[in-house]
Design a protein around this ligand. Structure first.
Ligand code: ATP
Ligand code: MG
Length: 202
């Protein structure tokens, strides 16, 4: 395993509730990194898990994974962590994931301690937005994704869980935590704040 000190680049984990705009913001992050001549690879944790879950015949759709038995989800998650760790050995990586996944059995940690220790991120970014706006963003792409139609109160609870999880991981592994706001119609501002984490000390 490449420990933080041995790694050639930085590993920044970006978390946020479904529909907050992680993938949208991170697409802009990659474009901005190119403009600045910074080499950063984008990895989506769910995509890595989905690839193996689909190959094993466990699911057909990505969003079906959170309905699998928790033990199976945790197994897929740990296998994905190992893959991602090797991807992060040679350069900067930005990892798109969730701090907590809402499952029928309760909130499941997206970055349990064993995954955090294995990945040893330099920073965790919490991407947040107004809860009513998040509910609307989920409705916008309901045709593309099997999204949970949560009330603003539930979305707020989920965002709070994200902060609690990031604080716990920061204390445990010594990474920094940054909070970025993805304001309506201004995902570029959040993108610039994230790119700065790769160019400045973090
Ligand atoms: P998931 O965790 O489910 O993958 P996500 O956090 O990656 O979700 P996106 O798919 O990037 O979320 O965005 C959800 C929806 O919100 C999309 O329709 C996207 O276009 C829209 N969106 C993202 N950021 C903004 C913004 N700043 N203003 C308005 N709409 C936005
Ligand atoms: Mg996404």
């Amino acid at each position: 395993m490449a420990k933080k000190a041995e790694r050639k680049g930085k590993l920044v984990i970006v978390t946020g509730v479904p529909g907050v705009g992680k993938t949208t913001v991170l697409t802009a992050v990659i474009a901005e990194c190119k403009n600045r001549g910074l080499r950063v690879s984008y990895v989506n944790y769910g995509d890595v898990m989905f690839k193996s879950a689909k190959a094993k015949g466990l699911v057909k759709e990505r969003d079906q994974m959170r309905r699998l038995p928790i033990t199976l989800q945790l197994e897929l998650q740990l296998a994905a962590a190992k893959k991602i760790r090797s991807m992060a050995e040679d350069g900067n990586v930005i990892l798109d994931t969730h701090m907590f996944i809402r499952t029928p059995g309760g909130y499941m940690p997206g970055i349990p301690s064993w995954v955090a220790k294995s990945l040893a991120p330099d920073s965790i970014v919490l991407l947040e937005a107004n809860t009513a706006e998040i509910s609307l963003r989920r409705q916008k792409d309901a045709a593309l994704r099997l999204r949970e139609a949560d009330s603003a109160t539930k979305v707020a609870e989920h965002q709070l869980m994200g902060r609690a999880g990031a604080a716990a991981l920061a204390v445990m592994i010594g990474c920094t935590v940054a909070i970025a706001e993805n304001r309506e119609g201004d995902h570029l501002a959040a993108a610039v704040a994230i790119v700065d984490l790769f160019s400045k000390g973090s």
